[in-house]
Design a binder for this molecule. Structure first.
Ligand SMILES: [Zn+2]
Length: 431
């Protein structure tokens, strides 16, 4: 939604999402939903902006809104008291809508949603775009396309009467076992207005469940329909074959070898490791009720993944910031989106500014707005956040929302005083 208000953000420090250094804010001028100018005004412009609403950011830090390239909205509905059918399409949509408010209030103005139930996320994206709900910009997939043995294959957990060969309809995955089934599902989801297709290889990457031929077919069909393709690929073969098939970005890549990473570098696509959710389980898992065995498993996997991503970065592969928030109820929305940046700095060796770029200008591609948002520059969409603490000096600031002073999305200042949702008790994960 656009307002035609003029807003001038003056004072403080500007982190523009592209430059390698922060600098004194030369003035950020927003007209409607666009940043019309960054820099000092000419005498003529001063007249134009004389009646603008002024936000004084003195002593504060102005930067582009965060983008989370791996955030699930309707994947896990939690066990709430009184809810009898949490996986219904209707309940999933309401749940996802509630999550959207929390995410925006945490300074996240864009999210990429790689998989959810029904077309709940499509409905929420449309409700936000249409002005029914407040939330971040959303770029959404439908159910994950998963062969037998893929992470979203739930056929074993369901009787054929309920799920049939393709898994239960209320699951986050739809089973595709032939090229025809993959292509038909891409066409079907395209018909229901998704922005991208999510493919799912095996849970931990120990086996490769999806072939290069299937991936090529998905990419060809999706790209013909202007859809992006992303894949859950923890394995060596799935990483390499995804790169060769030309997917748009790859999640995780834990077991990628040098040769696999060379294929990704040659393909030119970024990797979204999504360290945050396993990291939370490892570090805060005891309080969150994660069994010790699960925490150990995740810790080992994380170490493998860190090494692969360090090597990917050495090859110049872009590493983007996604958290996998909403994958389980324990990874709740609006809490962890900035944490991936802290992990990038501590474990991967990025500078704080490099980490910030991975969640702003570089991440804009994962919401379909490359070059249009994620940076504070002339002509960009006005998605801006302001902190009262320096995120370069302490990158953890970016998930400490008590330091978040202002959120602007699409030129509109978000009213964060009315929450629009009730805090929920977080339920421990099942082993
Ligand atoms: Zn995920």
């Amino acid at each position: 939604m656009t307002t035609q208000q003029r807003i001038a953000i003056t004072g403080g420090t500007l982190i523009d999402g592209i430059a390698s250094e922060a600098r004194p804010n030369p003035g950020v001028y927003v007209f409607g939903n666009v940043i019309s100018k960054v820099g000092p005004l000419s005498d003529g412009e001063k007249q134009e902006w004389a009646s603008a609403k002024v936000i004084d950011a003195s002593g504060q830090y102005v930067m582009p809104g965060l983008i989370d390239s791996h955030c699930h909205m309707s994947l896990h509905q939690g066990a709430l008291p009184g809810v009898k059918f949490p996986s219904s399409a209707e309940f999933c949509a309401l749940w996802a809508g509630r999550n959207a408010t929390q995410i925006l209030h945490a300074g996240v103005t864009g999210i990429s949603v790689p998989g959810g139930k029904w077309f709940a996320d499509v409905a929420v994206r449309d409700s936000i775009n249409g002005g029914l709900l407040k939330g971040p910009r959303m770029f959404v997939a439908g159910r994950g396309l998963t062969p037998y043995g893929g992470i979203f294959d739930q056929t074993l957990a369901w009787t054929p009467e309920l799920g049939g060969d393709t898994g239960p309809t209320a699951s986050a995955g739809v089973v595709c076992n032939t090229i025809d089934q993959f292509v038909t599902e891409v066409r079907r989801q395209s018909r229901f207005a998704v922005d991208m297709i999510k493919v799912a290889d095996s849970y931990w990457g120990d086996i490769q469940t999806v072939s290069q031929a299937e991936l090529r077919a998905v990419v060809e069909e999706a790209h013909r329909r202007n859809l992006k393709v992303c894949i859950h690929a923890r394995g060596s073969g799935s990483t390499r074959d995804s790169a060769k098939a030309g997917v748009d970005w790859i999640f995780h890549c834990d077991w990628a070898t040098d040769e696999d990473l060379d294929a990704v570098a040659a393909g030119g696509m970024p990797i979204v490791p999504a360290f945050t959710s396993p990291h939370i389980a490892v570090v805060h898992g005891a309080q969150l009720g994660f069994p010790e065995k699960m925490r150990d498993r995740l810790k080992r996997q994380l170490d493998v993944n860190y090494r692969a991503i360090q090597k990917a970065r050495e090859r110049g592969i872009r590493i983007l910031a996604g958290t996998d928030s909403g994958n389980l109820a324990a990874y709740g929305h609006g809490r962890w989106h900035g944490m991936e940046l802290e992990i990038f700095v501590k474990e991967i060796g990025m500078s704080p500014m490099e980490a910030i770029r991975s969640a702003t200008s570089l991440n804009a591609m994962t919401i379909g707005l490359e070059g249009r948002t994620g940076a504070i520059q002339d002509g960009m969409l006005a998605d801006i956040i302001i902190w009262d603490r320096d995120p370069i000096a302490d990158i953890s600031t970016l998930y400490k929302t008590e330091h978040l002073k202002l959120v602007m999305k699409d030129g509109e200042i978000v009213d964060r005083t009315t929450e629009g949702y009730l805090p929920l008790k977080i339920e421990p994960p099942r082993a």
